[in-house]
Write a protein that binds this ligand. Structure first.
Ligand code: TPP
Ligand code: MG
Length: 356
């Protein structure tokens, strides 16, 4: 680990998967994270297939393929009921790790009236605000202010205790005003905020060199007065290590932590996008490595699972996914004549309020 600046450390964690894993990541935490990654990948494969088949999913499908390691490594550090986690469209793995049930995903995409959005949102704006998962407003940075606001409110009410709030974001979103204003305010207030930036090299089809002129996104941390880290986002062991440290430092009162994960989006922006603008050479580079088989390689080389344990795990996860889809398919769609036209009341969204 390289610490290049004392007052405001910009820390780079760049180690080969096997080495970093051996050194830092216990078998249990690696396997726990891997299970969520596998679950997210298989669930998203099913969503993509349903989307292509047509009929069942109305609206777009937005996936996090290739970003599971970075996503899950943050969320496994957090505890539902104490911490706040605001995941985005690429964070199926992180959402599962934070404790969101599979049914929340299937019910939202399939428009079930029993879903968290009561069948009124076709894809990814779901949340469980009262459980510390604010519903996503936009992919483009707004959750940084929302999470900061939740942290500040808890602090003012004297109930922050040792909670940490985490917000995830993409490279493109770091160019928005919402990102700058939110992070600046969080830094000034020294909030226990963790901002995970998944630099997947594109904002839709716009490459990073058309998004920002700094050499590296992590350099921005210094400008805000926050601690910054850079990690290979395809390496689960390295991601676990960097997030464990960052969440701990936020909890200890060191203020906002900014982590940049370098990786490549392995699907299109959504399933409607063939991502033909991604150069093949980039796909073939280290950036294009798939974190899921890489994690499996680490598990195999450490002999943490046998082949039959891998098979059983896959079957178990597939059964859970089958069950979630089967149950959701039997559930009703919202009935326009019986329901009120507002999805949520403001009070229902607020933390600490009971729905009457
Ligand atoms: C204000 C606003 N402008 C544009 C969009 C459409 N949009 C949604 S996500 C996205 C790209 C985001 O790129 P990035 O932040 O890199 O995240 P990634 O999709 O790569 O995960 C765009 C242009 C939007 N949702 N809101
Ligand atoms: Mg991006």
């Amino acid at each position: 680990m390289l610490r290049s600046q004392k007052a405001l450390p910009i820390v780079t964690v760049k180690t080969p998967a096997a080495a970093s894993t051996k050194k830092h990541s216990a078998k249990e935490s690696f396997l726990k994270a891997y299970r969520h990654m596998l679950s997210a990948r298989l669930l998203e494969d099913r969503l993509a297939a349903l989307y292509r088949a047509g009929g069942k999913i109305v609206g777009g499908v937005y996936l996090g393929r290739g970003q599971e390691a970075f996503s899950v490594a943050l969320a496994v550090q957090l505890k539902k009921g104490r911490d706040i986690y605001a995941g985005l469209i690429r964070d199926q793995a992180g959402r599962l790790a934070f404790g969101e049930p599979l049914l929340d995903t299937t019910r939202t995409y399939l428009g079930s009236a029993l879903g968290p959005m009561r069948g009124r949102d076709g894809n990814i704006h779901r949340g469980r605000p009262k459980e510390g998962m604010p519903a996503m407003i936009s992919h483009l940075g707004t959750t940084i202010s929302v999470v900061s606001g939740m942290l500040l409110a808890r602090r003012l009410q004297g109930r922050l205790e040792d909670a940490v709030g985490a917000a995830t974001i993409g490279d493109g979103a770091t160019s928005t005003g919402a990102f700058h204003e939110g992070l600046n305010m969080a830094a000034v207030e020294k909030l226990p905020l963790v901002v995970a930036i998944a630099n997947n090299q594109f904002a839709y089809s716009t490459p990073t060199n058309r998004q920002f002129a700094c050499t590296d996104l992590v350099d921005r941390a210094r400008g805000y007065g926050v601690e910054g880290y850079k990690v290979d986002g395809t390496d689960l062991g390295a991601c676990l290590e960097v997030f464990e440290n960052a969440v701990k430092r936020a909890r200890q009162g060191h203020g906002p932590q900014m982590i940049v994960g370098t990786l490549l989006r392995l699907s299109g922006h959504g399933e409607h996008d063939d991502a033909s603008y991604i150069p093949p050479v980039m796909r073939q580079s280290d950036l294009g490595r798939d974190c899921l088989p890489m994690s499996e390689q680490t598990i195999r080389s450490n002999k943490w699972l046998t082949e039959s344990e891998f098979d059983s795990l896959r079957i178990e996860v597939l059964q859970e996914i089958d069950q979630a889809f089967a149950q959701t398919m039997q559930e009703p769609a919202p009935d326009a004549y019986k329901e009120t036209w507002s999805s949520f009341s403001t009070l229902e969204l607020a933390e600490g309020w009971q729905v009457r």
